[in-house]
Ligand binder design. Sequence first.
Ligand SMILES: [Zn+2]
Length: 323
Amino acid sequence: MESRNQAYIGLDLGGTFLKYALADEKGGILIKSKRPSQGDQKKEAIFSNIFFAIDEMAQAAQARQLEIAAIGMGSPGAIDYNQCRLLGNTPNLPDWGDAEIRKEIGKHYPFPIWADNDANVAALAEVRQGAARGYKYVIAITLGTGIGGGVIINDEIFRGSHFSGAELGHMSIDYNGLPCGCGGVGCIEAYASAPAMVRNYVGKLQKSRTMVPSMVNTELIFANAQNGDQAAMQVIDETCEYLGAALASFTNIFNPEIFVIGGGVADAGDEFMTRIWNALVKRAMDAPLRNLKLVRAHLGNDAGVVGAICLAMDAVRAAKITR
Ligand SMILES: [Zn+2]
């Protein structure tokens, strides 16, 4: 029998959507789609959406005469990479805790299955196909509703001893500071996430007895700052200082080659990046600053699904080497 060209399925599970794609043997996306993940429902409902997505991609592969080499998946939560199952709970998918990803998918499909934490997978995507291509020591940070992070050390995802490391958003920048959702105090997420910026801005407006607009988001804060709004400018100044403090600590500890900054807030533009960089340089030690770079993420909303594909490709490659 003639051997067919290989393909990969990538799945990116979120609280609202399941994004998925089929990629060719080099990781290039052939088709992509998304459907509601029903993250607020029972595990069975979430798995049935996953099966629907795999069916759709497997059919698309068959139509192209491609053979599925592996499935990769990114999911919120701490994930035991060896067994591909959740360890404990995930706030946005209440029933997803302890989900046996590989075991459940493996009941229905003959393909190898690999899963990892969504922030780890997004970091891998930037290294394999995005802004950090060619770098081996990379810290990827996603600024959004929360602050997520992935750490790549010597070209591999750093997972910690029990698969729950690299929670960069929970680096404390003030031991006496604001309480954080994680139970800690002074975490960078409590200062520089999108909701934290909004809270900071609303607080400043109230203090100066300025009317608070009915809808405040980070886009409004950046737009108002452009138009000379003092409170908005201050919020951005402070956010850059907070992030600079956290990134300086990461610089001193990990000595990365490059920081990749993604997420909605990072879309504010290059000036925002420059100011974070300036705040970082002010604080970090001299030696790890040499040759350090800070760039914006390239893959945007596709980072999760591309990373899932890269995870599967890396696993298949590793299996070929050890065989
Ligand atoms: Zn925290």
